[in-house]
Design a protein around this ligand. Structure first.
Ligand SMILES: Cc1ncc(COP(=O)(O)O)c(C=O)c1O
Length: 349
């Protein structure tokens, strides 16, 4: 079925000076909204950004049936606009929805919604280096019912916000060996709200101890690195780029996938395998150069300055010639259109 999106456009709000505003704080002028009921999507529309009303009995408020995505649009060197890897984000969104028993959205509706919304609010995309438009598609369960059940009604919405660098400096992280973010067979591979709410307390504890982020470990042994905050974790030791393999407990990061693809193309050996904190500890103790970084849409790459393992902080290599900056530049050049987009990652409006 072809979906026609009705558009109620306004041009009233001025584009705000976005550089000094914290990530995700200002919405652009419009949003997309569609309602699911009686087994189908209805009234897809782009409207001026506004609040929504929900019954206090809406299921999403009680049982966490919510899923979201996070992706970015860029102004390219030639002035065209590019939504990066729209189809991979769509695929992941569908996987998350399946895991949370939520209805899928037709691909053409998803693509059209993002295309039309981003085109309408294109003047909100910062053109400066590291500027982008953060796009947040999400779905919530809206059936009014206090009872633990799968909702029969949903809202699918897309909002956008101008974005710059997520972290202003390299991170101090701690290997977490008490709390877990998710376990094998759990919802870690789904981008559902509960994963994040559950991570707040351990992250707050770590921040009170002076760390910026946590390196999560596996739920069984608290030994193997999983990921960090809203990023996948990558390490470059002995000329090999190592990252934990995809599993049911970590998110299949689009940035992770992009960076390891680019790394392999440069001839770098990439290993997707379990990496124990003991292996990291050994490398540090042997005086090896350890490069560690997070990879995610919001931050792109976040260099890690130090890793605390069982109370001892070890310094990582973060000088300008570290491999992560080169990989980041390769990625940025594809997004900007200054190098060939061999894998058709750019969705150009
Ligand atoms: C838990 C988690 N891991 C990893 C990532 C990185 O994924 P991506 O590169 O697709 O943004 C994110 C961000 O979406 C995340 O929330």
């Amino acid at each position: 079925m072809e979906h026609t999106i009705s558009i109620n456009a306004q041009k009233e709000r001025k584009v705000t000076d976005t550089k000094s505003v914290p990530f995700g704080k200002i919405p652009t002028e419009h949003m997309f909204i569609a309602e699911y009921r009686d087994g189908a999507w209805h009234e897809p529309q782009i409207v001026p950004f506004r609040d929504i009303t929900l019954s206090p009995m809406a299921l999403c408020l009680h049982y966490g049936q919510t899923v979201f995505e996070g992706m970015k649009a860029f102004v390219m060197e030639d002035g065209k606009i590019n939504i990066f890897r729209i189809h991979k984000h769509y695929d992941r969104f569908m996987k998350s929805l399946t895991r949370m028993c939520m209805p899928h959205i037709p691909r053409d509706l998803f693509v059209k919604a993002l295309h039309q919304l981003v085109a309408l609010d294109a003047d909100w995309i910062p053109k400066e280096e590291h500027g982008s438009l953060y796009i947040r598609p999400f779905m919530i369960a809206t059936e009014n019912r206090i009872g633990v059940k799968i909702s029969e009604e949903y809202l699918f919405m897309v909002v956008c916000s101008p974005a710059f660098q997520y972290y202003s400096k390299p991170l101090k992280v701690k290997v977490e060996t008490t709390y877990v973010r998710s376990a094998e067979g759990g919802t870690g591979a789904a981008k559902c709200g509960g994963n994040y709410g559950g991570a707040f307390y351990p992250t707050q504890q770590a921040q009170q101890e002076g760390y910026d982020q946590i390196l999560w470990t596996d739920a069984k042994n608290h030994e193997f690195i999983e990921e960090s905050g809203t990023m996948n974790a990558l390490f470059y030791i002995d000329n090999v780029l190592v990252t934990p393999p995809l599993s049911s407990s970590i998110l299949d990061g689009v940035t992770r996938d992009s960076l390891i693809t680019l790394a392999r193309e440069k001839g770098i050996i990439v290993e997707e395998r379990a990496i124990s904190y003991k292996e990291l500890e050994r490398a540090f103790k042997e005086g090896k150069k350890v490069i560690a970084f997070g990879a995610g849409t919001a931050a792109v790459i976040a260099p890690i300055e130090s890793i605390c393992i069982n109370g001892t902080a070890y310094n990582c290599y973060i000088e300008k010639d570290a491999i992560m900056y080169e990989l980041q530049n390769d990625l940025l050049n594809i997004r900007k259109g200054t190098t060939e987009d061999k894998h058709k990652w750019n969705f150009i409006l």
